[in-house]
Design a protein. Structure first.
Length: 422
């Protein structure tokens, strides 16, 4: 049986989440900003039509925001994460084989559904997601994941496709590849795109039909697989268990520069705590912790410093990692400097089930594991940050905390912020 994949992609996901709970936003230009309300990270189609680009700083588009009445929202990752989970749960009603590719994308294995009209099946999936979650999606269907990506891209823009495009054994496949820029092919980065253009390869169709040796010599196995995928030969199956992360970083830029060592200690403790949560979610432990501080790069006295701390026993215990992070901070802090950014990195990650402990380890690892499991369970049940270490600071107005001046309520995860209909 030949494989068939569908890529389901939520349209302008962050904006769509805001519109679910505020229908007045439909048809109006909307943008969602990054941490500290810095840059545009999500744009409605109406906003894109005004020429606002992804990542554009908010201060540079103030006049456009005012003149066109653009609705601006701070990012609300709690809301977006919960809405993503609802979309993925809905998708599980249509096939048991799903790969959650990102917060707003998922690959479905439809190999056992070839007796269906796949276009109609895709429309059924699309309408169900819209009805159950309020999120609009586009669906691309093909024999390979790369072709499904291309089909999805066209489905999102084509009025004729109406959100669903099936390229399996399609007479329109060549046309679809012809109108797809080579830089938009899954797996083609900037450097590869530049190389391909230099060799007269500007579209996905030209790439598919190019000489194998040229691609193999420059792009190796990755390039060869892309060619095969474009030719309808599947090289990538669904990943049910994503590969373990090799490193984890938690860092933030401060809205205002910080000089106080106490405020920096709070920030570093919060980042170490958040990083330890991510480690536990990955069922990993860190062997090396690295702390860094950075001043404004545009000032004359620019300072950036890293301090690596090798841990005696790899761990994901929040209190232990906070203590080591503070040790690193003390070594790199310089009095009199105004710091713009700080962060904590975790390296040499290992499985939590394969820890090499020390004979003289003073920490009760079993007790630590139970404590961290309880901490995560409480925060999952009540809300992130409900239970935290005092080292992270008890004030919500600390200057190091991320600013969300225009954030919408967490409608689906906080009892106190439920949507009220009058």
């Amino acid at each position: 049986m030949s494989p068939v994949y569908a890529l389901v992609d939520c349209n302008n996901f962050y904006v769509s989440c805001e519109r679910v709970f505020n229908p007045k936003l439909e048809g109006r230009p909307v943008i969602v900003l990054s941490n500290n309300d810095g840059c545009a990270i999500a744009r409605s189609n109406e906003t894109k039509a005004l020429g606002i680009k992804m990542g554009e700083p908010a201060f540079q588009i103030r006049n456009l925001i005012k003149s066109h009445g653009i609705q601006v929202y701070s990012s609300n990752y709690t809301l977006y994460g919960d809405m993503s989970q609802r979309v993925m749960q809905t998708l599980s009603q249509f096939t048991p084989d799903i790969e959650i590719y990102s917060i707003d994308e998922a690959f479905l294995d439809l190999s056992g559904f070839t007796h269906y009209d796949l276009t109609n099946y895709g429309r059924r999936i699309r309408s169900t997601i819209k009805r159950w979650t309020g999120i609009p999606v586009s669906i691309g269907i093909a024999e390979t994941k790369t072709l499904a990506k291309i089909a999805n891209r066209i489905a999102k823009k084509s009025k004729k496709a109406a959100g669903v495009l099936d390229l399996t054994d399609s007479p329109f496949r060549d046309k679809a590849l012809e109108i797809t820029d080579v830089a938009d092919v899954w797996g083609i980065g900037r450097q590869y795109a530049r190389f391909l253009r230099m060799n007269g390869i500007n579209t996905a169709l030209q790439l598919r039909d190019t000489d194998d040796a040229l691609i193999k010599n420059k792009m190796g196995v990755v390039g060869t697989r892309i060619l095969q995928e474009l030719r309808g030969v599947s090289c990538y199956s669904l990943e049910h268990c994503p590969p373990r992360k090799k490193e984890i970083t938690v860092s933030r830029s401060f809205k205002l520069p910080i000089e106080s060592p106490d405020e920096l200690k709070e920030a570093i403790a919060a980042y170490a705590s958040r990083g330890s949560e991510k480690l536990r979610q990955e069922h990993s432990a860190a062997g090396v912790l690295m702390v860094f501080l950075m001043t404004n790069r545009f000032e004359k006295r620019f300072y950036i410093k890293f301090e690596a701390v090798r841990l005696p026993v790899a761990t994901s215990d929040s209190s232990e990692l906070i203590r080591y992070a503070h040790d690193g901070l003390r070594k790199i802090y310089r009095k009199g400097l105004k710091y713009k950014k700080a962060g904590v990195m975790f390296h040499e990650l290992v499985s939590e089930d394969r820890l090499q402990t020390s004979l003289f380890d003073p920490i009760n690892r079993q007790r630590s594991k139970i404590l961290m499991k309880t901490l995560d369970a409480v925060n999952t049940s009540i809300g992130s940050g409900s239970l935290k270490y005092a080292a992270e600071g008890l004030r919500n107005n600390s200057r190091w905390r991320t600013v969300f001046r225009k954030r919408s309520p967490s409608y689906t995860t906080n009892w106190n912020q439920l949507l009220k209909i009058s």
